[in-house]
Design a binder for this molecule. Sequence first.
Ligand code: G
Ligand code: G
Ligand code: MN
Ligand code: NA
Length: 254
Amino acid sequence: LRVEAGLRHAIEHGGLRLHYQPIMDARTGQVSSVEALVRWADPERGLVSPLQFIGIAEDTGLIVPLGEWVLNEACAQARRWLDAGWGEIPVAVNLSARQFQEPDLDRVVDRALQRTGCPSHLLQLEITESSIMEPVEQALQTMQRLTSLGVQLAIDDFGTGYSSLSQLKRFPVRKLKIDRSFVNDLGSNDRGEALVDAIVALAQKLGLRTVAEGVETEHQAQWLARLGCDELQGYLFSQPCAPQDLENWWQGRV
Ligand code: G
Ligand code: G
Ligand code: MN
Ligand code: NA
């Protein structure tokens, strides 16, 4: 209960922060987009990981105002990067299942775009496999309403849920994010390689881009690039960090 009150206060009084992790183009080595990851700047505990409050936010319904704040802030940041001359940097935002089921999600997204002046093609929404499964027809409609705004959709943690492969081709998604457990297995056992290989092949047949998550070693990065994975994300390149730190990291690379 105390956590809930504290979180509510943080949402309403500027106590949340977004960190950003770069996602690299495997072919060119350039940053292709960034993923926004929320933190709670608690006066007593410091920066609190979303692992410690997203569940509570979902159970209490606070995920709705929290998610709206995240969307607004991510769009505002994309616009700030544009205005500051960094160019067009697409920003990916995680949606929880509960948010995905909100009937006015498309209006919330549209409002964030309008309010901040963020071009819609710079916003990507990551949804997990489980949130798009049931009921499929409704999920399909939600996805169509979102893509008609011009935003792009990605399936997060792909391979960990039970995506119905037959439905996958009906979904207007652009990317599959390969769960980091598979990336972790690369090089340590054959299963990892076989699974990544199969997911990349499936994605290519469906015309989808693939993003490998949790890339921590040069060896994994080379392996993934060889398997045809389009984009790479992980500690090998950068941890999620504050916008200013990301800008410094970026500047240091060029
Ligand atoms: O940031 P970390 O780096 O620790 O993220 C932990 C988990 O929290 C991930 O599964 C991530 O998808 C989730 N997460 C991070 N930010 C958000 C957010 O803004 N909304 C939702 N729904 N989940 C988030
Ligand atoms: O569920 P989602 O994919 O949105 O979660 C992203 C999570 O993965 C965040 O908690 C982020 O901090 C974490 N992460 C990002 N890169 C790496 C990595 O290279 N290794 C590990 N173990 N976690 C990572
Ligand atoms: Mn994600
Ligand atoms: Na993920």
